[in-house]
Design a protein around this ligand. Sequence first.
Ligand code: FE2
Length: 259
Amino acid sequence: MSFTVVQLSDCHLLATKEERLLGLQTHVTFEQVLAQCLSEHTHIDLMVFSGDISNTLDIAPYECIQSCLPKNIETLWMPGNHDECELMLKVFGDNCLTHKQLGNWQITALNSQVVGKVHGHVSETELARFTQHIEEHPNQYHAAFLHHQLLPVGSAWIDAINVDNAESVLKTLETYPQIKWLANGHVHQASTSKHGHFALYSTPSTCFQFLPNSPDFALDIEAMPGYRSFTLFDNGEFETQVHRLPQADLGIDKNANGY
Ligand SMILES: [Fe+2]
């Protein structure tokens, strides 16, 4: 038996569907990624949204995304630096910042948001919520999602706005052999790395992508919006894959130097 988890991240939805961010209609690419995701999997056990769902302080993007989702799919949510956590909680309620069990697996959503800041931080309380959950389910396999990255991706500007206490968080997590992987958003690009016994993955945005290995802010015009899928097996093994929209011109402003 296996379970399918999909991760959609950094949708950056605006107050109306027509608005553009850096030239790209974020609603349009989100709907395209969601449609592709639903068509590529016959069954999805959990759909995870790893932050930066909204790019405004308006509730509309959260309500809109909720109305786009099939009602029979379980979801899990956490805020990014662009989100208003209270609005997220209002719309997604008990599915925010919690744990989900899929057979022998436990999936945790961690909060790395620092209100009013772009960088991330995992508080002692938040880390303890995760480790206590592992200790309460010691014979299960564990995985977690959070918005900000714990390991650098190689772009100085985005690595400066990572989880600022990543070193101590990783030090704590490496003492739990039950942890199989962690996955984040924020970096708008796919990456794979390893720390001790567990893997770390980042996932493309459903809108614009950042250029890998760039010292300063730069968009990757060639890389298409996408999502990541995980297949979790009962014996603790897993597979993961990045899926992207077919190549197209998204109207991205090539000269943008920030957002
Ligand atoms: Fe983002």
